[in-house]
Each structure stands twice: as structure tokens, then as C-alpha cells.
Design a binder for this molecule. Structure first.
Ligand code: SPV
Ligand code: MG
Length: 431
């Protein structure tokens, strides 16, 4: 009996999957791989049921002789282990980012005479509706809110990109690249106070009020499913912060990060060039504890951001504060630095991890941007935030276009740098 292999990356079975199973049976005994949680994430398919449940779901389908776990997006390990005579897949992998995955499978099969069977992909209204329902579910507050916790448990590092509008939200949601390991994309979104303020032409000094910041979140949530980490600045007065926590939690935001500064907050990247005051440990702990007390679910996270290195108060101060904030109830620690080199951040992480292996660490490598995600993982970092790069790349591009139109008294010369209207419109989903 020949061996046929297919891999499912889904939380629901629809007629397209059943079609593949029917086809596969014509060629031999069918083994189905269920893609692991971590690999599903890289494929824009956040699991809405557990891996065990997905395996049971597939086991229950008549015609499936065996179900195995496929750990990685690449088929290499599975193919080497089970040596299938055929790998069967929808022919949608003949195009787009999945094509390189198919090429790698084809090359492996060729080494021993195995073959790929491309089955015409089923595009029915029913399948479209099923896929859309899964996405809609992921966008609901109760699913989205808990997703950051889930990601911290599933991925080595949660890759987070700044967003400040529906359009930047779509970039965070949909950007997908081919990599050595298969495919990759961002896991979460950061609603930066700097970029949210800049988008409104305002300074980053807590001037843009919460109602306006919530409006930005709402615009982003309308068109995305990924979890949101909100830059809550100082959190304001404790009496106000508790209301902010309630609102964010209700909206489905996963985490708020508040920084231990007080008075008129300035952007951290100014460091000691401007007057900035760090809050006392007691005050800031009281704010964290008050916030934790009012939240209603276990999903929401309050992450404490330490400004000691920014304000040149020293490593010991930063580490003392980290321990105090964790004791006050913080669900994570963000450590910030404006040094060009990552040394002080890594030193902090190593010290903190030597006695605390649990509390998630968040970093923002804006100045020390040579550090790789892999190095951060080695030092115990759980979340990396690319905090302002979308804004900083869009602004010079727009300014250049504006200048060129003025110089040429027409728009022809700028056209080659513009995205065709048809492409930009294709970003937008129609209901
Ligand atoms: C932001 O993005 O608004 C931040 C990070 O708070 S930083 O600008 O580096 O302070
Ligand atoms: Mg900020």
C-alpha cells in the first residue's frame, strides 16, 4: 500500500479538506499531519482550538488512517520520517508565498522518487463563509484579549509592530514574507503614544487624550484580528488609570504598558536632554496594584515599564524596580534604553532572569537596532516591539512625493514610486 501525506493547518474542517481526503484515498493509505500551534501562527492561522482538539477532529474523519503532529511549517522532518510516496495539497500552493514551501517538498520527494499531487483548490461560497467566520471570531474581544498570553506561551518571541490607523493595522495584519523556515509575519500590534500623537501632528506628551487614543484602537480593531499592546504613557493619575484599564479590557486590548514617570512626560528617546521625572517606587507600585484590582478577566496584562536606564539612574535601580513592580502585580516588565549598543539591556535581562524565570520581558530596540530576535530570545526576552519604524518610513516617502510634485508642477515624475491604486485597494477586505 502506498503512503499519502497531507498537512492540515485549520481549526475547522470544510468541504475543501474533505475533497483532499477523498482524492488522497485513491492513491493509498492517508496520513494527515496537523500543524502545531507555533507553525500555524506563521501561516496567519491562529488556532481557535487546541492542537489536541485539532488532532481529534481530523482523526474522526473517515478515510484518515493516521494523524501525526507536524511541528514546523517546512515538511522536511515529516517527509524524512515517514517517506510518503505522495504529498497531496490544494493547488493554491502553486502561487504566492506558499510556492517556496511546495518547491522544498518537491525537491525532497525527488530524492527517492516521491510525487506531489496538486488537487484543484475548492473555492465555494460556503468555504469562504467558514474562513470569514473564523477570522471574525478572532477579532472578538474575548478571543483577541487572551491572544497575547497565548502567544507568549507558544512563540519564542512575540514580534510586535507599531500601528496608528486602520491602514497600518492592515500592514501588521497581512504582511507575510518567505523565509528559510517557511513563512513569517508579525504576531501583535503596538499602539505607540509617539506615533499615535505624530499621526495627529501632536507632540508625545500625553496631549492626545484617551478618548482619541481609544478611537485609534477602534479603527485598528475594525480591520484586524491580532492582539494589541497599548502604550499607556504614565497611566496618568491612579484614579484615572483604573478607568483606562476597564475600558481597554472591555475593548479587547491585551495589555497596557505604563512607564514609571510622573509630571509632564516627554518621549524616552530624548533621555536626559529634557526634564523628566521618575515616579517613586511606592507610587508606581500603588498604580499597578490599583489597575490589577479592577480588571475583570485573567487575560488582560499590565506591564510595567522601567525608565531607570533612560534617565541614567543605574542598573541596580532598574533591577530593584523590576522586582518591586512584579511584587505589586505587574504581569510583565518592559526595560527601555536609548544606547546604540544593546549591552545594558542584555545585562538587565540576564540579571533579572537569574532570579525570575517567569515574568515576561518586553524590549524596544529602536536605538540598539543591530540586535536580532534570536539574541533577544537567548537573553530571556518574550516580546520585541518595533515601535516607530512604520511611521518613520512613511513620513520621508510622503514628504519626498510632496516636494517632487511641487518641483515638477505635475504628478507624472512621482508615479514610479507610488503603489498602484488597484494594489492598495486590494489590502481592504470587502464584506
Ligand atoms: C512609543 O512608541 O511611544 C514609546 C516607545 O513609548 S519610545 O518612543 O521609544 O519611548
Ligand atoms: Mg510612548
Amino acid at each position: 500500500m502506498k503512503k499519502v501525506y497531507t498537512c492540515f493547518c485549520t481549526s475547522v474542517i470544510h468541504e475543501g479538506h474533505l475533497n483532499i481526503i477523498n482524492e488522497a484515498q485513491k492513491y493509498g493509505e492517508l496520513i494527515v499531519g496537523v500543524l502545531s500551534d507555533a507553525a500555524m501562527l506563521r501561516f496567519d492561522k491562529f488556532p481557535i482550538i487546541s492542537c489536541e482538539e485539532r488532532m481529534n477532529m481530523v482523526r474522526a474523519i473517515p478515510g484518515v488512517s493516521k494523524v501525526i503532529l507536524q511541528e514546523k511549517l517546512l515538511y522536511d522532518d515529516v517527509i524524512k520520517e515517514i517517506k510518503p510516496d505522495y504529498v497531496i495539497h490544494g493547488d493554491n500552493w502553486l502561487r504566492g508565498p506558499m510556492y517556496s514551501l511546495r518547491s522544498k517538498v518537491a525537491a525532497l520527494l525527488e530524492t527517492y522518487g516521491g510525487k506531489i499531487i496538486d488537487v484543484p483548490y475548492s473555492y465555494s461560497e460556503e468555504i469562504k463563509r467558514t474562513d470569514a467566520r473564523v477570522r471574525e471570531k478572532l477579532a472578538m474581544p474575548e478571543y483577541r484579549r487572551k491572544r497575547l498570553h497565548q502567544l507568549i506561551n507558544i512563540c519564542d518571541i512575540v514580534k510586535t509592530i507599531e500601528v496608528h490607523s486602520g491602514l497600518t493595522g492592515l500592514i501588521a495584519e497581512k504582511t507575510l514574507v518567505e523565509t528559510e523556515e517557511g513563512l513569517d509575519q508579525f504576531d501583535a500590534m503596538w499602539v505607540s503614544s509617539l506615533c499615535d500623537s505624530l499621526a495627529k501632528g501632536k507632540p508625545d506628551i500625553e496631549l492626545v487624550d484617551m478618548t482619541s487614543r481609544f478611537r485609534t484602537i477602534d479603527d485598528i480593531m475594525e480591520v484586524t484580528t491580532k492582539p494589541i499592546i497599548f502604550d499607556g504613557d504614565t497611566g496618568g493619575l491612579t484614579e484615572h488609570f483604573v478607568y483606562t484599564v476597564r475600558s481597554l479590557e472591555r475593548m479587547g486590548v491585551s495589555a497596557v504598558i505604563i512607564e514609571d514617570k510622573t509630571g509632564l512626560k516627554k518621549n524616552s528617546l530624548f533621555g536626559t536632554e529634557v526634564r523628566q521625572t521618575q515616579d517613586s517606587i511606592d507610587n508606581f507600585c500603588a498604580k499597578i496594584t490599583a489597575g490589577k484590582k479592577v480588571q475583570l478577566t485573567d487575560d488582560f496584562m499590565i506591564i510595567a515599564r522601567i525608565e531607570s536606564l533612560i534617565l541614567e539612574k543605574g542598573m541596580e535601580d532598574a533591577l530593584n524596580r523590576a522586582d518591586a513592580y512584579v511584587r505589586a502585580g505587574a504581569d510583565g516588565i518592559m526595560i527601555h534604553s536609548r544606547k546604540k549598543e544593546p549591552a545594558e539591556i542584555l545585562e538587565f535581562c540576564d540579571h533579572f532572569r537569574s532570579h525570575n524565570t517567569e515574568t515576561p520581558i518586553v524590549v524596544v530596540p529602536t536605538s540598539y537596532n543591530s540586535i536580532t530576535e534570536e539574541e533577544l530570545v537567548q537573553h530571556g526576552v518574550n516580546i520585541v516591539i518595533y515601535a516607530n519604524q512604520l511611521t518613520r518610513s512613511a513620513f520621508p516617502a510622503m514628504e519626498k512625493t510632496a516636494r517632487a510634485i511641487l518641483q515638477h508642477h505635475r504628478a507624472l515624475e512621482v508615479d514610479e514610486n507610488l503603489m498602484p491604486i488597484s494594489d492598495i485597494i486590494s489590502l481592504i477586505d470587502e464584506l
